[in-house]
Design a protein around this ligand. Structure first.
Ligand SMILES: [Zn+2]
Length: 131
């Protein structure tokens, strides 16, 4: 079983692979699937700032490309304080995760757990497009 501590540790390790020459803000994410696998991600910046991608989305995209479809939790680690996911990443999570999907944030040894529904109430979904 993957503990919260193990997932946070994987996120911290993933941040070491960050490419952040512009902000210097290195972020790592570790995404846990229902099958118990962990996919890591890190932020990857670009000289054209809009082309930059967050750690959370690189983790999700790797997992989805590997065929994963059911996700349980993601741990995010960056800087010395809690590093909550940006709005775009919350929206990506809502595409692939249930409302009770857990988002783990850490500051030192302090871990906080939120549901996706708490972080993104009234998420924009397929139903809003009439599909
Ligand atoms: Zn983001």
């Amino acid at each position: 079983m993957v503990t919260e501590e193990k997932l946070i540790s994987a996120a911290r390790q993933a941040s070491e692979h960050s490419y952040a020459p512009y902000s210097g803000f290195r972020v790592g994410a570790a995404l846990l699937t229902a099958t118990g696998r962990i996919y890591i991600g890190a932020n990857i910046e670009n000289a054209s700032y809009g082309a930059s991608v967050c750690a959370e989305r690189t983790a999700f995209f790797q997992a989805i490309l590997a065929g994963e479809t059911v996700f349980e939790a993601i741990a995010i680690a960056g800087g010395d304080d809690f590093c909550p996911p940006c709005g775009i990443c919350r929206q990506v999570m809502s595409e692939f995760c249930a409302p009770d999907f857990r988002v783990l944030l850490c500051r030192g040894q302090d871990i906080r757990s939120f549901s996706l529904k708490e972080l993104l109430p009234m998420a924009f979904k397929l139903e809003q497009k009439g599909m």
